[in-house]
Ligand binder design. Structure first.
Ligand code: SF4
Length: 577
């Protein structure tokens, strides 16, 4: 059984931008925040915005205070001015593609042109566009309505950005025939077109289609209609709870698409629910393999094995003996810190990784015991190596705990930006530093009696690898991070720039370790170990090209890189003995 998610599924650029602007405004300001009309047609997103205190302003009052966000559809300029006159601060989240149409209309209105908007007269975008046409604005929602309009001396034709292309082409032909002097602007947004074309193509390669999105969302309903017209069994659902698994369980390949107002985390939940349900109906071996994989990943045991492997690879690179305590200290420290953070991060995981949130909610007791056991194990092992190691690891553990708690007492009244985790990008950097220290610097300190230049080099190399992995998962969690106000690296730099940075870092780490090995700065095993960052770079490339869906397989593959590094180190040690 295979599940494929359409590449165009989920927020379009304009909707994503509007939601991000609303969430950023809420995270950065402590004044009332409104959206002028519902921000998008998705009840789950609207209820999250309401939870964040962002409410809907239906009418413009005579006076008011706070911030009003103008949604992606835009508004007439008169409404914008009325909001400012009422005393609101206005944040304009109008989609740039809609702004372009507004500008075309405004410019021609100034030059005395009539503006004919091809669109739905009740749609907020069309109402907004009309406001830019002065008293020379007209709406045509059919060819007949167009024919009923007077013959203008000067006129332009524009389309609502989500208009049906076939209909607009009919209009264009009629205008060319009857009013060849009219200027025609093709202003349909290609995002809608691509989404509809993809669902048609997807239907050819799958046995059934699930369309995810609000029941009030027009573009989601159109996707459902297009998919259903192909003859493939099609379900329109708002959340994973509405999935009709019985209808889908006998199909070999299922496609998922989603409307422009459906957030990633809902698509992810649907994907994971399908994956889980369908695996449960599969063969016993597959069921067990899935369950083991899921437990290892969610409990961070797989990550801890990776940390142990990375510690082993570091000792190989440094040419120092690899002992069980080196590997165990790294593995247990990572297990303790990551599980602890997951336990207290359930609220943000609700959006970014809903399955993890449920897992931690349901298994709180034994996961807490696991965290305590791993922490105690690290301290015992550290103590066996001397007081310095004990103090170092105790301090690192303390930092991991303090990271999540406010450093400012409640009575001071400053609750925002009072934790270390509130420092933008801190998580990715601190995770990389902690991994680097436990996997390379501590073994070097113990076996070499000090930290030499090559140990610093290996520490930096591991820091970069862990940075790539952590920032990749941050990209996956971007929408959830925004909801809870976390400023991760991808939120600071943007998704595309972060992805570019990660690919460059991974590629550079491969080249650097090969050069360092060839020059004798680290052991020759580095020639093998360098394949690990190269694999990471290839993984990122395939992820960018839509090869991985947001399921356990993707996380499993990413987390396998460090285990792979340990295996490569072993291979190197056997060959370059
Ligand atoms: S569909 Fe296109 S025009 Fe409309 S909000 Fe999305 S990106 Fe902007």
């Amino acid at each position: 059984m295979k599940v494929t998610i359409a590449r165009t599924a989920g927020f379009c650029m304009g909707v994503r931008r509007a939601v991000e602007m609303a969430l950023d405004a809420s995270n950065k300001n402590q004044v009332p925040i409104y959206t002028y009309g519902p921000l998008i047609h998705n009840p789950q997103v609207l209820s999250i915005l309401a939870e964040k205190g962002i409410t809907v302003l239906e009418e413009i009052p005579e006076s008011g205070e706070g911030i009003v966000i103008i949604r992606a559809h835009g508004v007439p300029p008169q409404d914008r001015q009325a909001l400012i006159d009422a005393g609101f601060q206005v944040i304009d989240a109008t989609c740039p593609r809609v702004i372009k149409v507004q500008s075309i209309i405004a410019k021609h209105a100034r030059d005395g042109y009539a503006s004919i908007i091809i669109g739905d007269r009740e749609h907020p975008e069309v109402k907004g566009l009309l406001g830019y046409a002065g008293n020379q604005g007209y709406i045509a929602d059919s060819v007949e309505a167009l024919d009923r309009l007077p013959d203008f001396e000067k006129a332009i034709i524009v389309a609502q950005t989500t208009q049906n292309t076939a209909f607009f082409n009919r209009v264009r032909n009629r205008v060319n025939q009857n009013h060849p002097h009219y200027k025609i602007y093709a202003t349909i947004c290609d995002s809608t077109e691509k989404r509809q074309a993809e669902v048609k193509a997807l239907a050819q390669s799958v046995d059934a289609i699930v369309v995810v999105g609000g029941s009030d969302s027009g573009n989601t309903r159109r996707l459902y209609e297009i998919a259903a017209l192909t003859g493939k069994p099609t379900q329109h659902i708002e959340t994973e709870n509405e999935l009709d698994i019985r209808q889908l369980e006998n199909f070999r390949h299922i496609g998922i698409t989603a409307g422009a107002s459906t957030p990633n985390w809902i698509i992810k939940r649907v994907y994971r629910a399908l994956e889980k349900q369908l695996v449960q109906k599969g063969r016993i071996f597959r069921r067990w393999a899935y369950l083991v994989q899921r437990y290892l990943l969610l409990s961070n045991i797989y990550l801890a094995i990776g940390a142990g492997c990375l510690a082993y690879a570091a000792t190989e690179l440094l040419g120092i003996p690899a002992t069980a305590p080196d590997v165990l200290i790294a593995a247990l420290y990572i297990l303790c810190m990551h599980t602890f953070n997951n336990l207290i991060d359930i609220s943000s995981d609700r959006y970014s990784d809903p399955d993890r949130a449920t897992f931690y909610q349901n298994n709180r007791s034994w996961l807490s015991a696991l965290t305590l056991g791993a922490g105690a194990g690290v301290l015992i092992l550290a103590y066996s190596r001397g007081l310095l190691f004990f103090i170092l690891l105790f301090f690192m553990g303390l930092m991991g705990v303090v990271y999540n708690f406010s450093l400012v007492p409640k009575r001071v009244g400053i609750r925002r930006k009072s934790k270390i985790r509130d420092i933008p990008g801190s998580k990715t950097v601190l995770v990389g530093l902690a991994w680097g220290i436990v996997t390379s610097l501590l073994p070097a300190l113990h076996h070499a009696g000090g930290i030499q230049a090559n140990a610093v080099g290996v520490f930096f190399w591991i820091f970069c690898l862990v940075f790539v992995q952590t920032a990749f998962f941050d990209i996956m969690d971007m929408q959830g991070s925004r909801i809870v106000g976390k400023e991760t690296i991808p939120i600071l730099l943007g998704e595309n720039r972060t992805m570019r940075l990660l690919k460059i870092l991974a590629g550079s780490m491969a080249v650097l370790i090969w050069i360092a090995s060839a020059l004798g700065f680290v052991a020759l095993s580095g020639l093998f170990i360098g394949i690990c960052p190269l694999m990471m770079m290839i993984f990122l490339y395939f992820h960018e090209h839509g090869e991985f869906s947001p399921g356990f397989r993707q996380n499993f593959l990413m987390e396998s890189h460090f285990i792979f590094a340990g295996l490569l180190a072993l291979m190197g040690s056997l060959i370059f003995i």
